[in-house]
Design a protein around this ligand. Structure first.
Ligand code: SF4
Length: 610
Protein backbone atom coordinates (compact mmCIF):
# COMPACT_ATOMS: atom_id res chain seq x y z
CA UNK A 1 0.00 0.00 0.00
CA UNK A 2 1.36 3.41 -0.99
CA UNK A 3 0.11 6.88 -0.17
CA UNK A 4 -1.26 5.98 3.24
CA UNK A 5 0.93 5.36 6.27
CA UNK A 6 -1.46 2.52 7.14
CA UNK A 7 -1.48 3.56 10.78
CA UNK A 8 -3.94 5.16 13.18
CA UNK A 9 -2.70 6.31 16.56
CA UNK A 10 -5.27 5.42 19.24
CA UNK A 11 -4.98 7.52 22.36
CA UNK A 12 -6.92 6.66 25.50
CA UNK A 13 -6.91 9.71 27.74
CA UNK A 14 -8.38 7.90 30.73
CA UNK A 15 -5.53 5.47 31.14
CA UNK A 16 -2.89 7.46 29.25
CA UNK A 17 -2.23 4.72 26.72
CA UNK A 18 -1.28 5.18 23.11
CA UNK A 19 -1.38 2.23 20.73
CA UNK A 20 -0.94 1.95 17.00
CA UNK A 21 -3.69 0.35 14.94
CA UNK A 22 -2.83 -0.74 11.44
CA UNK A 23 -5.24 -0.76 8.53
CA UNK A 24 -5.03 -2.48 5.20
CA UNK A 25 -5.35 -1.42 1.57
CA UNK A 26 -8.98 -2.47 1.48
CA UNK A 27 -9.91 -0.10 4.32
CA UNK A 28 -7.84 2.68 2.73
CA UNK A 29 -9.46 2.37 -0.68
CA UNK A 30 -12.97 1.92 0.70
CA UNK A 31 -12.86 5.06 2.87
CA UNK A 32 -9.98 7.04 1.30
CA UNK A 33 -9.12 9.17 4.36
CA UNK A 34 -10.15 12.30 6.26
CA UNK A 35 -13.92 12.46 6.40
CA UNK A 36 -14.20 8.88 5.11
CA UNK A 37 -12.11 7.50 7.98
CA UNK A 38 -13.96 9.68 10.48
CA UNK A 39 -17.44 8.54 9.41
CA UNK A 40 -16.46 4.87 9.38
CA UNK A 41 -14.75 4.98 12.79
CA UNK A 42 -17.61 6.88 14.42
CA UNK A 43 -20.18 4.50 12.96
CA UNK A 44 -18.25 1.42 14.10
CA UNK A 45 -17.23 2.61 17.53
CA UNK A 46 -19.99 4.76 19.01
CA UNK A 47 -22.96 3.29 20.75
CA UNK A 48 -26.08 5.07 19.48
CA UNK A 49 -27.47 7.66 21.86
CA UNK A 50 -24.31 8.34 23.87
CA UNK A 51 -23.86 11.80 25.33
CA UNK A 52 -21.48 13.70 23.01
CA UNK A 53 -19.63 14.85 26.13
CA UNK A 54 -19.18 11.36 27.54
CA UNK A 55 -15.71 9.77 27.53
CA UNK A 56 -17.01 7.21 25.00
CA UNK A 57 -17.28 9.84 22.27
CA UNK A 58 -14.34 9.81 19.90
CA UNK A 59 -12.39 12.86 18.84
CA UNK A 60 -10.88 12.15 15.46
CA UNK A 61 -8.10 13.98 13.64
CA UNK A 62 -7.82 12.51 10.17
CA UNK A 63 -5.90 13.12 6.95
CA UNK A 64 -5.94 11.56 3.52
CA UNK A 65 -3.45 10.22 0.98
CA UNK A 66 -2.68 13.68 -0.42
CA UNK A 67 -2.42 15.52 2.91
CA UNK A 68 0.88 17.20 3.55
CA UNK A 69 2.38 16.42 0.15
CA UNK A 70 4.09 19.19 -1.82
CA UNK A 71 1.05 19.97 -3.91
CA UNK A 72 -1.43 22.83 -3.85
CA UNK A 73 -3.21 23.46 -0.57
CA UNK A 74 -2.70 20.04 0.96
CA UNK A 75 -2.33 21.23 4.56
CA UNK A 76 -5.80 20.34 5.82
CA UNK A 77 -6.93 18.24 8.76
CA UNK A 78 -10.42 16.81 9.22
CA UNK A 79 -11.63 16.96 12.84
CA UNK A 80 -14.74 14.98 13.76
CA UNK A 81 -16.90 13.60 16.57
CA UNK A 82 -20.52 13.05 17.45
CA UNK A 83 -21.68 16.64 17.65
CA UNK A 84 -22.93 18.06 20.94
CA UNK A 85 -24.65 20.85 19.00
CA UNK A 86 -26.68 18.73 16.62
CA UNK A 87 -26.59 15.24 18.11
CA UNK A 88 -25.54 13.91 14.71
CA UNK A 89 -22.37 13.44 12.69
CA UNK A 90 -20.11 16.49 12.97
CA UNK A 91 -16.91 17.43 11.23
CA UNK A 92 -14.86 20.34 9.97
CA UNK A 93 -11.44 20.97 8.54
CA UNK A 94 -8.55 23.05 9.82
CA UNK A 95 -5.56 24.33 7.88
CA UNK A 96 -2.67 23.43 10.14
CA UNK A 97 0.89 22.18 10.30
CA UNK A 98 -0.48 19.58 12.72
CA UNK A 99 -1.73 17.47 9.80
CA UNK A 100 1.54 17.68 7.88
CA UNK A 101 3.38 16.65 11.02
CA UNK A 102 0.87 13.92 11.81
CA UNK A 103 1.54 12.30 8.44
CA UNK A 104 5.29 12.80 8.82
CA UNK A 105 5.07 11.18 12.25
CA UNK A 106 3.66 8.13 10.47
CA UNK A 107 -0.09 8.41 11.11
CA UNK A 108 -3.08 9.03 8.86
CA UNK A 109 -5.32 9.64 11.86
CA UNK A 110 -5.32 10.06 15.61
CA UNK A 111 -8.36 8.90 17.58
CA UNK A 112 -8.87 10.14 21.13
CA UNK A 113 -11.18 8.42 23.55
CA UNK A 114 -11.78 8.54 27.30
CA UNK A 115 -11.24 11.58 29.46
CA UNK A 116 -8.06 12.84 31.07
CA UNK A 117 -8.19 13.28 34.82
CA UNK A 118 -6.66 16.74 34.65
CA UNK A 119 -6.23 19.25 31.80
CA UNK A 120 -3.76 17.66 29.43
CA UNK A 121 -1.61 18.47 26.43
CA UNK A 122 -0.80 15.48 24.24
CA UNK A 123 2.51 15.64 22.44
CA UNK A 124 3.22 13.27 19.58
CA UNK A 125 6.72 13.14 18.17
CA UNK A 126 7.17 10.38 15.61
CA UNK A 127 6.55 7.13 17.51
CA UNK A 128 6.58 8.74 20.96
CA UNK A 129 3.40 9.99 22.65
CA UNK A 130 3.50 11.99 25.87
CA UNK A 131 0.71 13.10 28.21
CA UNK A 132 1.73 16.46 29.66
CA UNK A 133 0.16 18.36 32.49
CA UNK A 134 -1.91 21.09 30.84
CA UNK A 135 -3.23 22.82 33.96
CA UNK A 136 -1.12 25.91 33.30
CA UNK A 137 -2.76 26.29 29.91
CA UNK A 138 -6.35 25.77 31.05
CA UNK A 139 -8.14 29.10 30.99
CA UNK A 140 -5.70 30.60 28.50
CA UNK A 141 -6.56 31.71 24.98
CA UNK A 142 -5.48 29.71 21.95
CA UNK A 143 -3.03 32.34 20.71
CA UNK A 144 -0.98 32.23 23.89
CA UNK A 145 -1.31 28.46 24.21
CA UNK A 146 0.00 27.76 20.73
CA UNK A 147 2.78 30.33 20.97
CA UNK A 148 3.98 28.87 24.23
CA UNK A 149 3.87 25.27 23.03
CA UNK A 150 5.84 26.20 19.92
CA UNK A 151 8.39 27.99 22.04
CA UNK A 152 8.80 24.83 24.11
CA UNK A 153 8.74 22.22 21.37
CA UNK A 154 10.02 24.10 18.35
CA UNK A 155 8.47 26.26 15.69
CA UNK A 156 7.95 23.38 13.30
CA UNK A 157 5.57 21.69 15.74
CA UNK A 158 1.97 21.68 14.54
CA UNK A 159 -0.53 22.61 17.24
CA UNK A 160 -4.32 22.47 17.48
CA UNK A 161 -5.88 23.74 20.67
CA UNK A 162 -9.09 24.94 22.28
CA UNK A 163 -9.84 28.16 24.10
CA UNK A 164 -12.14 28.85 27.00
CA UNK A 165 -15.21 28.10 24.91
CA UNK A 166 -14.09 24.50 24.39
CA UNK A 167 -13.14 24.18 28.04
CA UNK A 168 -16.61 25.42 29.04
CA UNK A 169 -18.27 23.09 26.54
CA UNK A 170 -19.92 25.84 24.53
CA UNK A 171 -21.71 23.73 21.97
CA UNK A 172 -20.27 25.52 18.96
CA UNK A 173 -16.68 25.67 20.21
CA UNK A 174 -14.14 24.74 17.58
CA UNK A 175 -10.43 23.98 17.35
CA UNK A 176 -7.93 26.63 16.33
CA UNK A 177 -4.48 26.55 14.82
CA UNK A 178 -1.99 29.13 13.53
CA UNK A 179 -3.66 32.18 15.04
CA UNK A 180 -7.06 32.02 13.53
CA UNK A 181 -7.48 28.97 11.33
CA UNK A 182 -10.49 27.32 12.91
CA UNK A 183 -12.44 24.16 12.21
CA UNK A 184 -15.00 21.83 13.71
CA UNK A 185 -18.10 24.03 13.66
CA UNK A 186 -20.46 21.47 15.21
CA UNK A 187 -18.76 21.72 18.61
CA UNK A 188 -15.72 19.55 17.99
CA UNK A 189 -13.73 21.90 20.29
CA UNK A 190 -16.29 21.30 23.04
CA UNK A 191 -15.82 17.54 22.70
CA UNK A 192 -12.09 18.14 23.08
CA UNK A 193 -12.82 20.22 26.21
CA UNK A 194 -15.05 17.48 27.61
CA UNK A 195 -12.04 15.19 27.42
CA UNK A 196 -9.88 17.69 29.33
CA UNK A 197 -7.66 17.89 26.27
CA UNK A 198 -6.33 21.43 25.89
CA UNK A 199 -4.00 20.95 22.94
CA UNK A 200 -2.33 18.46 20.65
CA UNK A 201 1.24 19.21 19.56
CA UNK A 202 2.65 17.07 16.76
CA UNK A 203 6.09 16.79 15.25
CA UNK A 204 7.09 14.30 12.55
CA UNK A 205 10.34 13.79 10.71
CA UNK A 206 9.68 11.00 8.24
CA UNK A 207 9.23 11.19 4.50
CA UNK A 208 5.60 10.87 3.37
CA UNK A 209 4.71 7.54 1.79
CA UNK A 210 4.13 7.84 -1.96
CA UNK A 211 4.07 5.39 -4.83
CA UNK A 212 6.15 7.72 -6.98
CA UNK A 213 7.57 10.59 -4.95
CA UNK A 214 9.60 12.25 -7.75
CA UNK A 215 6.46 12.29 -9.93
CA UNK A 216 4.32 13.63 -7.07
CA UNK A 217 6.80 16.44 -6.45
CA UNK A 218 7.02 17.26 -10.16
CA UNK A 219 3.24 17.36 -10.52
CA UNK A 220 2.96 19.39 -7.34
CA UNK A 221 5.34 22.00 -8.72
CA UNK A 222 3.47 22.13 -12.01
CA UNK A 223 0.22 22.60 -10.07
CA UNK A 224 1.60 25.56 -8.12
CA UNK A 225 2.75 27.15 -11.39
CA UNK A 226 -0.63 26.55 -12.99
CA UNK A 227 -2.39 28.29 -10.08
CA UNK A 228 -0.04 31.29 -10.32
CA UNK A 229 -0.95 31.65 -13.99
CA UNK A 230 -4.72 31.66 -13.45
CA UNK A 231 -6.29 34.95 -14.60
CA UNK A 232 -7.98 35.77 -11.30
CA UNK A 233 -5.07 34.67 -9.10
CA UNK A 234 -3.82 38.22 -8.51
CA UNK A 235 -7.24 39.50 -7.46
CA UNK A 236 -7.72 36.44 -5.24
CA UNK A 237 -4.43 37.24 -3.47
CA UNK A 238 -5.63 40.78 -2.95
CA UNK A 239 -9.05 39.99 -1.51
CA UNK A 240 -9.42 36.21 -1.01
CA UNK A 241 -12.96 35.31 -0.01
CA UNK A 242 -13.76 38.84 1.20
CA UNK A 243 -14.83 39.99 -2.28
CA UNK A 244 -17.90 37.79 -1.67
CA UNK A 245 -19.30 40.66 0.44
CA UNK A 246 -19.72 42.80 -2.70
CA UNK A 247 -20.94 39.79 -4.68
CA UNK A 248 -23.47 38.93 -1.97
CA UNK A 249 -24.71 42.52 -1.83
CA UNK A 250 -25.08 42.66 -5.60
CA UNK A 251 -27.00 39.39 -5.61
CA UNK A 252 -29.15 39.98 -2.53
CA UNK A 253 -27.74 37.13 -0.48
CA UNK A 254 -25.54 38.91 2.07
CA UNK A 255 -27.02 37.80 5.42
CA UNK A 256 -28.31 40.91 7.14
CA UNK A 257 -30.09 41.42 10.47
CA UNK A 258 -30.38 37.74 11.31
CA UNK A 259 -31.04 36.72 7.71
CA UNK A 260 -34.05 39.02 7.35
CA UNK A 261 -32.51 40.71 4.34
CA UNK A 262 -29.94 40.00 1.63
CA UNK A 263 -28.56 43.54 1.34
CA UNK A 264 -26.82 45.68 3.94
CA UNK A 265 -26.68 49.48 3.94
CA UNK A 266 -23.00 49.48 4.95
CA UNK A 267 -21.77 46.61 2.79
CA UNK A 268 -19.11 48.81 1.16
CA UNK A 269 -17.55 49.49 4.55
CA UNK A 270 -16.96 45.79 5.23
CA UNK A 271 -16.25 44.52 1.70
CA UNK A 272 -13.14 43.49 -0.17
CA UNK A 273 -12.05 47.00 -1.18
CA UNK A 274 -12.50 48.36 2.35
CA UNK A 275 -10.48 45.40 3.61
CA UNK A 276 -7.65 46.15 1.16
CA UNK A 277 -7.22 49.59 2.71
CA UNK A 278 -6.59 47.98 6.11
CA UNK A 279 -4.65 44.98 4.93
CA UNK A 280 -1.19 44.36 6.31
CA UNK A 281 -0.39 40.86 5.03
CA UNK A 282 -1.59 37.47 3.83
CA UNK A 283 -1.57 34.29 5.85
CA UNK A 284 -2.50 30.79 4.85
CA UNK A 285 -2.50 27.09 5.48
CA UNK A 286 0.58 24.92 4.89
CA UNK A 287 1.51 23.96 1.32
CA UNK A 288 -0.69 26.69 -0.17
CA UNK A 289 0.25 29.43 -2.61
CA UNK A 290 -3.23 30.98 -2.54
CA UNK A 291 -2.95 32.12 1.11
CA UNK A 292 -6.45 33.48 1.52
CA UNK A 293 -6.16 34.75 5.08
CA UNK A 294 -6.21 38.53 4.84
CA UNK A 295 -4.65 40.09 7.89
CA UNK A 296 -5.91 43.52 8.97
CA UNK A 297 -5.63 45.42 12.22
CA UNK A 298 -8.57 45.75 14.57
CA UNK A 299 -9.74 48.47 16.96
CA UNK A 300 -6.87 47.58 19.33
CA UNK A 301 -4.33 47.56 16.52
CA UNK A 302 -4.03 43.79 16.84
CA UNK A 303 -3.57 41.66 13.72
CA UNK A 304 -6.60 39.60 12.75
CA UNK A 305 -7.13 37.23 9.86
CA UNK A 306 -10.52 37.87 8.28
CA UNK A 307 -12.50 36.05 5.63
CA UNK A 308 -15.94 36.31 4.08
CA UNK A 309 -17.88 34.11 6.48
CA UNK A 310 -16.58 35.93 9.56
CA UNK A 311 -17.33 39.32 8.08
CA UNK A 312 -20.81 38.38 6.89
CA UNK A 313 -21.87 36.83 10.18
CA UNK A 314 -20.16 39.22 12.60
CA UNK A 315 -20.80 42.22 10.32
CA UNK A 316 -23.94 42.55 8.21
CA UNK A 317 -25.80 39.80 10.04
CA UNK A 318 -25.61 41.74 13.29
CA UNK A 319 -25.89 45.16 11.62
CA UNK A 320 -22.26 46.14 12.22
CA UNK A 321 -20.74 48.16 9.39
CA UNK A 322 -17.24 48.84 10.68
CA UNK A 323 -14.55 46.44 9.56
CA UNK A 324 -12.13 47.13 12.41
CA UNK A 325 -14.86 46.35 14.90
CA UNK A 326 -15.84 43.22 13.00
CA UNK A 327 -12.18 42.16 13.06
CA UNK A 328 -12.09 42.73 16.79
CA UNK A 329 -15.08 40.41 17.35
CA UNK A 330 -13.44 37.92 15.01
CA UNK A 331 -10.25 37.96 17.07
CA UNK A 332 -12.18 37.49 20.31
CA UNK A 333 -13.97 34.45 18.87
CA UNK A 334 -10.72 32.95 17.61
CA UNK A 335 -8.95 33.36 20.92
CA UNK A 336 -11.88 31.86 22.83
CA UNK A 337 -12.14 29.09 20.22
CA UNK A 338 -15.69 29.94 19.17
CA UNK A 339 -16.98 29.24 15.70
CA UNK A 340 -17.46 32.69 14.17
CA UNK A 341 -20.35 31.59 11.92
CA UNK A 342 -22.42 30.21 14.79
CA UNK A 343 -21.45 33.09 17.09
CA UNK A 344 -22.61 35.63 14.48
CA UNK A 345 -25.89 33.75 14.18
CA UNK A 346 -26.24 33.67 17.96
CA UNK A 347 -25.65 37.43 18.29
CA UNK A 348 -28.12 38.15 15.46
CA UNK A 349 -30.66 35.88 17.15
CA UNK A 350 -30.13 37.66 20.50
CA UNK A 351 -30.55 41.07 18.85
CA UNK A 352 -33.82 40.01 17.29
CA UNK A 353 -34.97 38.40 20.55
CA UNK A 354 -34.16 41.67 22.33
CA UNK A 355 -36.10 43.67 19.74
CA UNK A 356 -39.07 41.35 20.26
CA UNK A 357 -38.62 41.53 24.03
CA UNK A 358 -38.11 37.78 24.43
CA UNK A 359 -34.98 38.33 26.52
CA UNK A 360 -34.39 40.96 29.19
CA UNK A 361 -31.11 42.21 27.73
CA UNK A 362 -31.34 45.23 25.43
CA UNK A 363 -29.04 44.55 22.51
CA UNK A 364 -29.53 46.86 19.53
CA UNK A 365 -28.56 45.96 15.97
CA UNK A 366 -24.94 46.94 15.35
CA UNK A 367 -24.12 47.49 19.03
CA UNK A 368 -20.42 46.64 19.08
CA UNK A 369 -19.97 46.84 22.85
CA UNK A 370 -22.94 44.58 23.53
CA UNK A 371 -21.70 42.11 20.92
CA UNK A 372 -18.30 42.05 22.64
CA UNK A 373 -19.97 41.45 25.95
CA UNK A 374 -22.13 38.69 24.55
CA UNK A 375 -19.14 36.83 23.10
CA UNK A 376 -17.50 36.92 26.51
CA UNK A 377 -20.66 35.81 28.32
CA UNK A 378 -21.15 32.91 25.92
CA UNK A 379 -17.52 31.76 25.98
CA UNK A 380 -17.31 32.03 29.74
CA UNK A 381 -20.79 30.53 30.26
CA UNK A 382 -21.29 33.52 32.49
CA UNK A 383 -24.94 34.09 33.29
CA UNK A 384 -28.39 32.96 32.28
CA UNK A 385 -28.30 34.54 28.81
CA UNK A 386 -24.70 33.46 28.23
CA UNK A 387 -25.54 29.89 29.20
CA UNK A 388 -28.70 29.86 27.09
CA UNK A 389 -26.91 31.13 23.98
CA UNK A 390 -23.91 28.87 24.47
CA UNK A 391 -26.15 25.97 23.39
CA UNK A 392 -26.85 27.47 19.95
CA UNK A 393 -29.92 29.09 18.41
CA UNK A 394 -32.00 25.93 18.12
CA UNK A 395 -31.88 25.30 21.84
CA UNK A 396 -32.32 28.99 22.67
CA UNK A 397 -35.45 29.19 20.52
CA UNK A 398 -36.90 26.08 22.16
CA UNK A 399 -36.44 27.77 25.54
CA UNK A 400 -37.69 31.22 24.49
CA UNK A 401 -40.71 29.91 22.61
CA UNK A 402 -43.21 32.29 20.93
CA UNK A 403 -42.39 32.42 17.23
CA UNK A 404 -38.62 32.35 17.74
CA UNK A 405 -38.22 28.98 16.06
CA UNK A 406 -39.18 30.64 12.77
CA UNK A 407 -36.12 32.88 12.87
CA UNK A 408 -33.65 30.63 14.70
CA UNK A 409 -31.39 30.23 11.67
CA UNK A 410 -30.11 26.66 11.62
CA UNK A 411 -30.54 23.28 9.98
CA UNK A 412 -30.43 20.24 12.29
CA UNK A 413 -29.09 22.55 15.02
CA UNK A 414 -26.06 23.88 13.10
CA UNK A 415 -26.29 27.61 12.42
CA UNK A 416 -26.39 28.83 8.79
CA UNK A 417 -23.24 29.91 6.97
CA UNK A 418 -23.05 33.28 5.22
CA UNK A 419 -25.66 33.02 2.45
CA UNK A 420 -29.19 34.32 2.67
CA UNK A 421 -31.51 32.01 0.73
CA UNK A 422 -34.76 33.97 0.33
CA UNK A 423 -34.13 33.82 -3.41
CA UNK A 424 -31.91 30.77 -3.86
CA UNK A 425 -33.76 27.46 -3.36
CA UNK A 426 -30.76 25.45 -4.57
CA UNK A 427 -28.49 26.88 -1.88
CA UNK A 428 -31.27 26.29 0.64
CA UNK A 429 -31.41 22.63 -0.41
CA UNK A 430 -27.62 22.43 -0.13
CA UNK A 431 -27.88 23.66 3.46
CA UNK A 432 -30.82 21.32 4.09
CA UNK A 433 -28.95 18.23 2.94
CA UNK A 434 -25.40 19.05 4.03
CA UNK A 435 -23.84 16.25 5.98
CA UNK A 436 -23.33 18.13 9.24
CA UNK A 437 -26.14 20.75 9.29
CA UNK A 438 -26.27 24.14 7.58
CA UNK A 439 -22.73 24.25 6.29
CA UNK A 440 -21.75 25.75 2.92
CA UNK A 441 -18.77 23.40 2.81
CA UNK A 442 -20.68 20.48 1.28
CA UNK A 443 -22.32 22.20 -1.68
CA UNK A 444 -21.60 25.85 -2.32
CA UNK A 445 -23.98 25.96 -5.25
CA UNK A 446 -25.08 29.58 -4.96
CA UNK A 447 -22.69 31.18 -7.46
CA UNK A 448 -23.69 28.60 -10.09
CA UNK A 449 -27.35 29.00 -9.15
CA UNK A 450 -27.38 32.77 -9.59
CA UNK A 451 -26.14 32.29 -13.16
CA UNK A 452 -28.38 29.32 -13.88
CA UNK A 453 -31.60 30.87 -12.59
CA UNK A 454 -32.78 31.41 -9.05
CA UNK A 455 -36.45 30.75 -9.65
CA UNK A 456 -36.02 27.11 -10.70
CA UNK A 457 -36.69 24.22 -8.36
CA UNK A 458 -35.73 21.71 -10.99
CA UNK A 459 -33.85 18.52 -11.65
CA UNK A 460 -30.75 20.24 -13.07
CA UNK A 461 -30.32 22.07 -9.79
CA UNK A 462 -30.71 18.91 -7.73
CA UNK A 463 -28.18 17.11 -9.95
CA UNK A 464 -25.74 19.97 -9.50
CA UNK A 465 -26.07 19.84 -5.72
CA UNK A 466 -25.41 16.09 -5.66
CA UNK A 467 -22.44 16.50 -7.99
CA UNK A 468 -20.96 19.18 -5.72
CA UNK A 469 -21.60 17.13 -2.59
CA UNK A 470 -19.72 14.26 -4.21
CA UNK A 471 -16.78 16.37 -5.31
CA UNK A 472 -16.51 18.16 -2.00
CA UNK A 473 -16.64 14.89 -0.10
CA UNK A 474 -13.75 13.68 -2.26
CA UNK A 475 -11.76 16.78 -1.23
CA UNK A 476 -12.60 16.13 2.43
CA UNK A 477 -11.43 12.53 2.05
CA UNK A 478 -8.27 13.13 0.01
CA UNK A 479 -7.86 15.63 2.38
CA UNK A 480 -6.90 18.84 0.58
CA UNK A 481 -8.43 22.31 0.25
CA UNK A 482 -11.10 22.70 -2.42
CA UNK A 483 -10.52 26.44 -2.94
CA UNK A 484 -7.93 26.21 -5.76
CA UNK A 485 -10.65 24.49 -7.82
CA UNK A 486 -13.57 26.60 -6.59
CA UNK A 487 -11.93 30.01 -6.60
CA UNK A 488 -9.27 30.19 -9.29
CA UNK A 489 -10.40 27.34 -11.53
CA UNK A 490 -7.55 24.89 -10.87
CA UNK A 491 -8.77 21.97 -12.97
CA UNK A 492 -10.22 18.91 -11.24
CA UNK A 493 -8.18 16.69 -13.60
CA UNK A 494 -5.10 17.40 -11.48
CA UNK A 495 -6.41 15.36 -8.56
CA UNK A 496 -6.53 11.89 -10.16
CA UNK A 497 -2.95 12.53 -11.30
CA UNK A 498 -1.94 13.39 -7.74
CA UNK A 499 -3.79 10.35 -6.45
CA UNK A 500 -1.97 8.08 -8.88
CA UNK A 501 1.46 9.43 -7.99
CA UNK A 502 0.66 9.19 -4.26
CA UNK A 503 -1.06 5.80 -4.15
CA UNK A 504 -0.37 4.12 -7.48
CA UNK A 505 -4.13 3.87 -8.12
CA UNK A 506 -5.46 4.83 -11.51
CA UNK A 507 -8.88 6.35 -10.91
CA UNK A 508 -10.90 9.13 -12.46
CA UNK A 509 -12.94 11.44 -10.26
CA UNK A 510 -16.07 9.62 -11.43
CA UNK A 511 -14.49 6.39 -10.19
CA UNK A 512 -14.39 8.02 -6.76
CA UNK A 513 -18.09 8.97 -6.76
CA UNK A 514 -19.17 5.65 -5.19
CA UNK A 515 -16.66 6.30 -2.39
CA UNK A 516 -18.14 9.77 -1.87
CA UNK A 517 -21.64 8.25 -1.86
CA UNK A 518 -20.57 5.57 0.60
CA UNK A 519 -19.26 8.25 2.96
CA UNK A 520 -22.35 10.45 2.53
CA UNK A 521 -24.73 7.54 3.08
CA UNK A 522 -22.96 6.22 6.13
CA UNK A 523 -22.98 9.71 7.64
CA UNK A 524 -26.73 9.86 7.00
CA UNK A 525 -27.14 6.43 8.55
CA UNK A 526 -25.28 7.76 11.58
CA UNK A 527 -27.79 10.62 11.91
CA UNK A 528 -30.75 8.27 11.54
CA UNK A 529 -29.29 5.83 14.05
CA UNK A 530 -29.05 8.69 16.57
CA UNK A 531 -32.56 10.04 15.99
CA UNK A 532 -34.39 6.77 15.30
CA UNK A 533 -38.16 7.16 15.08
CA UNK A 534 -37.85 10.93 15.49
CA UNK A 535 -36.24 11.18 12.06
CA UNK A 536 -38.36 12.63 9.27
CA UNK A 537 -37.88 14.81 6.21
CA UNK A 538 -38.40 17.79 8.55
CA UNK A 539 -34.77 17.32 9.54
CA UNK A 540 -33.82 18.58 6.07
CA UNK A 541 -36.03 21.66 6.20
CA UNK A 542 -34.53 25.13 6.26
CA UNK A 543 -35.69 27.93 8.60
CA UNK A 544 -39.26 29.10 8.20
CA UNK A 545 -38.18 32.73 7.83
CA UNK A 546 -37.14 32.07 4.22
CA UNK A 547 -40.63 30.79 3.39
CA UNK A 548 -42.71 33.32 5.29
CA UNK A 549 -40.91 36.71 5.58
CA UNK A 550 -40.12 38.15 2.14
CA UNK A 551 -37.14 40.42 1.57
CA UNK A 552 -38.20 44.01 2.13
CA UNK A 553 -35.16 45.69 0.57
CA UNK A 554 -32.97 45.56 -2.50
CA UNK A 555 -33.55 44.54 -6.11
CA UNK A 556 -35.22 41.28 -5.05
CA UNK A 557 -37.66 42.92 -2.66
CA UNK A 558 -40.62 40.58 -2.13
CA UNK A 559 -38.65 37.38 -2.76
CA UNK A 560 -39.18 34.33 -0.57
CA UNK A 561 -38.96 30.58 -1.01
CA UNK A 562 -41.95 28.48 -2.01
CA UNK A 563 -42.38 25.76 0.63
CA UNK A 564 -44.23 23.22 -1.47
CA UNK A 565 -41.73 23.58 -4.30
CA UNK A 566 -38.85 23.18 -1.81
CA UNK A 567 -40.49 20.02 -0.48
CA UNK A 568 -40.90 18.66 -4.00
CA UNK A 569 -37.26 19.43 -4.74
CA UNK A 570 -36.24 17.66 -1.54
CA UNK A 571 -38.18 14.55 -2.61
CA UNK A 572 -36.47 14.72 -6.00
CA UNK A 573 -33.13 14.86 -4.18
CA UNK A 574 -34.04 11.84 -2.02
CA UNK A 575 -35.07 9.92 -5.09
CA UNK A 576 -31.81 10.59 -6.88
CA UNK A 577 -29.85 9.64 -3.77
CA UNK A 578 -31.76 6.34 -3.46
CA UNK A 579 -33.46 7.40 -0.22
CA UNK A 580 -37.10 6.98 0.75
CA UNK A 581 -39.54 9.84 1.24
CA UNK A 582 -38.36 10.37 4.82
CA UNK A 583 -34.77 10.80 3.61
CA UNK A 584 -33.61 7.36 4.80
CA UNK A 585 -31.27 5.36 2.56
CA UNK A 586 -33.00 2.24 1.28
CA UNK A 587 -31.56 -1.21 1.87
CA UNK A 588 -30.58 -1.58 -1.77
CA UNK A 589 -28.82 1.81 -1.81
CA UNK A 590 -26.78 0.84 1.23
CA UNK A 591 -25.98 -2.60 -0.06
CA UNK A 592 -24.89 -1.29 -3.48
CA UNK A 593 -22.36 0.85 -1.63
CA UNK A 594 -21.07 -2.12 0.36
CA UNK A 595 -22.96 -1.05 3.47
CA UNK A 596 -25.20 -4.09 4.01
CA UNK A 597 -24.06 -4.36 7.63
CA UNK A 598 -25.12 -0.78 8.26
CA UNK A 599 -28.49 -1.52 6.64
CA UNK A 600 -28.95 -4.48 8.91
CA UNK A 601 -28.11 -2.52 12.03
CA UNK A 602 -30.24 0.46 11.05
CA UNK A 603 -33.11 -1.83 10.08
CA UNK A 604 -33.38 -2.98 13.68
CA UNK A 605 -34.14 0.56 14.73
CA UNK A 606 -36.23 2.01 11.91
CA UNK A 607 -38.08 0.46 9.06
CA UNK A 608 -35.97 0.70 5.93
CA UNK A 609 -37.48 0.49 2.47
CA UNK A 610 -36.20 -2.33 0.28
S1 SF4 B 1 -6.88 28.52 -0.15
FE1 SF4 B 1 -7.09 29.42 1.87
S2 SF4 B 1 -8.20 27.85 3.08
FE2 SF4 B 1 -7.40 26.84 1.24
S3 SF4 B 1 -5.43 25.99 1.87
FE3 SF4 B 1 -5.04 28.02 0.98
S4 SF4 B 1 -5.03 29.42 2.71
FE4 SF4 B 1 -6.01 27.52 3.38
Amino acid sequence: MHGWTGKILRINLTNKKAVVQEFDANFAQTWLGGRGFAVKLLWDELKPGIDAFSPENRLILAAGPLTGASLPSSGKLVVAAKSPLTGGYGDGNVGTWACVNMRRAGYDAIVFEGKAEIPTVVKVEDDKTEFLNGEDYWGRGVFETEKDLKKKYGNVTGVVSIGKAGENKVKFANMISQEGRGGGRPGIGAVMGSKNLKAVAIKGTQELPAADMPELKKLGLEGYKEILAKPNYKFWKRQGTVSTVEWGQENSCLPTHNFREGVFAHADAIGGFAMEKLKVSNRGCPQCNMTCGNVITDTDNESVEVDYENIALLGSNIGLGDLKKVAHLNRMCDDYGLDTISMGNVIGFAMEASEKKLIEDRIEWGDFEKARELIERVAENKDETGRLLSQGVKYASQKLGKDSKNWAMHVKGLEISGYDCHATPGMALAFGTSLSGAHHKDAWVISWEVKYGRGNYDQTKVDKIIELQRLRTIFEALTTCRLPWVEVGFELEWYPRYLKAATGLTMTLEDLYPTADRIYNLARAFWVREFGQEWSSNMDMVPNRWFTDPLTKGPLKGAKLDKSKYEAMLQMYYNKRGWDNRGLPTRSTLSKLGLSDAAQELGQQVQLAA
